[in-house]
Design a protein around this ligand. Structure first.
Ligand code: KIV
Length: 254
């Protein structure tokens, strides 16, 4: 971030893709709980367990060489700071994750501070929180209302001050995400959030192999189209993120 370089990130769930993604220059591999939807055929991330996350992290960790391995803490595995600590211990000790990600703002500050004080690198996640889909009533852009936007700005700063080293913004109006990225010292990684300090997509989405009903979300681009294979597609994604070509205006929300 300090050098003004964009950070290309992708989700990853296994060893084979870890090799391909690292060779193409992906700098952060997120073992997202999106594996529930993508690999397990679930209709949300809610059924994903800590055991599932540990298993997939360990698969990546066996072959990873330099990309940062970030693991999602799954639904209800960090409801209290002590539970967050126990989950992080499993993800880092058994799964060899190097950073853990949790969804939420003000309600997570105590956990973020405790994890950080214990030497656990933490990534926050604001905007659309997929683990709360049953409370939200669907997957929608977050932060369009002024009070929602203000709460997000506050939460982002508070997460940074509590010790988070990275922040994911999901499905947030591009202007708001840009504002938050500029206000924070830590890198902000966007998905459906316009141009931030870095970009993440679900791997299977950017390869066009997510079995979605209807059209994919507008922030998704299929990088396999017009390219000779997966390696070439991932290299094109890395170049597009680094050069600022992706995401383009049409991939963001107002
Ligand atoms: O689980 C996941 O893949 C994520 C990304 C959408 C950021 O959290």
């Amino acid at each position: 971030k300090a050098a003004g370089e964009k950070i290309p990130c992708l989700t990853c769930y296994d060893a084979a893709f870890t090799r391909v993604l690292e060779a193409a220059g992906v700098e952060l591999l997120l073992v997202g709980d999106s594996l529930g939807n993508v690999l397990q055929g679930q209709d949300s991330t809610v059924p994903v367990s800590v055991d599932h996350m540990v298993y997939h992290c360990a698969c990546l960790a066996r072959v990873r060489s330099r990309a940062l391995l970030v693991a999602d803490m799954p639904f209800l595995s960090y409801a209290t700071p002590q539970q967050a600590l126990a989950t992080a211990a499993r993800l880092m000790q058994e799964g060899s994750a190097r950073m853990v990600k949790l969804e939420g703002g003000a309600e997570r500050l105590e956990s973020v501070a405790l994890l950080s004080a214990q030497g656990v690198p933490v990534c926050g996640h604001l905007g659309l929180l997929p683990q709360s889909v049953h409370k939200l009533g669907g997957y929608r852009v977050q932060g369009r209302e002024p009070d929602q936007a203000e709460a997000m700005r506050r939460d982002a700063l508070a997460l940074q001050e509590a010790g988070a080293g990275l922040l994911v913004l999901e499905c947030v109006p591009s202007g708001l995400a840009q504002e938050i990225s500029a206000a924070l010292r830590i890198p902000v990684i966007g998905i459906g959030a316009g141009v931030c300090d870095g970009q993440v997509l679900v791997l299977h989405d950017m390869l066009g192999i997510t079995p979605a009903e209807g059209a994919p979300p507008r922030f998704v681009k299929n990088f396999l189209v017009g390219r000779g294979g997966v390696r070439e597609a991932v290299r094109a994604y890395v170049e597009a993120v680094k050069s600022g070509d992706f995401p383009a205006t049409e991939h963001g929300f107002e």
